[in-house]
Write a protein that binds this ligand. Structure first.
Ligand SMILES: [Zn+2]
Ligand SMILES: [Zn+2]
Length: 175
């Protein structure tokens, strides 16, 4: 039996992953385990950009994968970047084991709007399914509403669902 590992990275205790867990399990038909890994987050910080290098976090996440892990998803609240982009909501290995998502830019407060916990949780679930979809080998999908639709801005996330469209489901052998 293999599991999708959900790995909170220095996440505040108030962040509840229950709904995310359920959604991931239902979407991919794989059970999850929530575990802490030893991640050196400060070591991934770029003092010039004042952001965290998501590729370096990803590298640590997958360094010693548990034998029963089919996928490993890190969940963090810090602001992530990859060198060619201003920021990323997350990063994943295409057809690999690891992915990471960040809450940072999913929070209304980041945009100067009133806090909305439900909205943040919904966005996190969509991005988690999105990045995990990449680890299952899915590329970006042009079907509106599909979780694998590319999201550059948070508004794009709000326009899609947390579900995979029929094409994406078929592509990875789900019904
Ligand atoms: Zn993507
Ligand atoms: Zn799709």
């Amino acid at each position: 039996m293999s599991y999708i590992y959900l790995v909170p990275i220095h996440l505040h205790r108030s962040v509840n992953l229950e709904e995310l867990t359920r959604c991931v399990e239902n979407t991919f038909g794989v059970r999850t385990k929530t575990r802490s890994f030893k991640i050196d987050l400060p070591g991934t910080y770029d003092p010039i950009r004042k952001q965290y290098n998501s590729s370096l976090i990803l590298r640590q996440l997958i360094a010693y994968p548990p034998v029963d892990a089919c996928k490993i998803l890190g969940i963090t609240a810090v602001d992530l970047f990859i060198p060619i982009l201003t920021y990323v909501f997350g990063e994943a290995q295409l057809d690999g084991i690891g992915a990471v998502v960040s809450l940072h830019r999913l929070q209304n407060q980041f945009y100067g709007l009133p806090e909305n916990h439900t909205l943040m949780k919904d966005r996190l679930i969509k991005e988690a399914v999105h990045e995990l979809g990449h680890t299952f080998g899915l590329l970006h999908c042009t079907n509106p509403g599909c979780a694998l639709n590319a999201s550059t801005y948070v508004e794009n996330i709000d326009q899609k669902s947390h579900e995979l469209c029929i094409d994406c489901r078929e592509a990875i052998g789900l019904r």
